[in-house]
Ligand binder design. Structure first.
Ligand SMILES: CC(C)(COP(=O)(O)OP(=O)(O)OC[C@H]1O[C@@H](n2cnc3c(N)ncnc32)[C@H](O)[C@@H]1OP(=O)(O)O)[C@@H](O)C(=O)NCCC(=O)NCCS
Length: 192
């Protein structure tokens, strides 16, 4: 599978592009801040090299501000990481990355469903995923490493069961429109 590595600038100056090796050190810092730990350099390199991965990086004029990644197998896609630098929260970066990530994943016609894991206490992330139509489908026991000291080791599993559903496709389209609108308002100074 191959993905267009082309850059696309949004109206607010954010660029979404594929992960490059040169991004790894910065993303490890963002992940330590966001999750308390980060993937090793080797694991990140696999993200660059393996063709069953989609790994997007968001960049603004201040540099790399976040990333979002997914692994694709026969019929399902697992969102494996979403993180934005703390000082950049609330600017739509994660929403923009998720929209683009899902767009890329939907280019693969064999993908039928999407899945991810999230900490039970991480309401903000769960709220974002819910906006995308992810619903809780179970609990993965001891999913998180106990050594990270961030509470429960269980994960809530959230999923979109059928990406071909018209209802879900409409929801996604509405989310894209709402996101574009928010960004446009922000650019023109209409947003608070
Ligand atoms: C969860 C996380 C990825 C969200 O990143 P973010 O870039 O702040 O997310 P967004 O800006 O897209 O959305 C966050 C909020 O900003 C609002 N927002 C502000 N500007 C926006 C815009 N232009 N477009 C869309 N939403 C915007 C959203 O409505 C949302 O509101 P809410 O939190 O009240 O629901 C981020 O908090 C993070 O990195 N957390 C630590 C790591 C983590 O929890 N990762 C996910 C689980 S693995």
């Amino acid at each position: 599978m191959s993905f267009d590595p082309g850059m696309r600038a949004s109206m607010n100056g954010r660029t979404l592009r594929l992960l490059q090796e040169a991004d790894i050190a910065r993303l490890q810092m963002i992940d330590v801040e966001a999750h308390g730990q980060a993937w090793s350099y080797r694991v990140f390199l696999d993200e660059v090299e393996q063709n069953d991965r989609v790994h997007l990086v968001a960049q603004t004029d201040v540099g790399v501000v976040g990333h979002a990644s997914a692994w694709i197998d026969a019929s399902s896609c697992r969102v494996t990481n979403v993180a934005v630098a703390a000082q950049q929260h609330g600017q739509g970066h994660a929403t923009a990355m998720m929209l683009r990530l899902i767009d890329k994943v939907l280019d693969q016609p064999h993908v039928a469903n999407l899945q991810l894991e999230v900490r039970p206490a991480n309401r903000r992330a769960q709220r974002m995923y819910s906006r995308f139509g992810f619903v809780p489908v179970g609990v993965e026991r001891n999913f998180y490493d106990r050594s990270d000291g961030q509470g429960s080791t269980d994960a809530v599993v959230m999923a979109i069961a059928d990406v071909s559903s018209d209802t879900w496709r409409e929801r996604l389209a509405e989310l894209q429109v709402a996101h574009d609108h928010t960004e446009s308002d922000r650019d023109t100074g209409a947003a608070a």
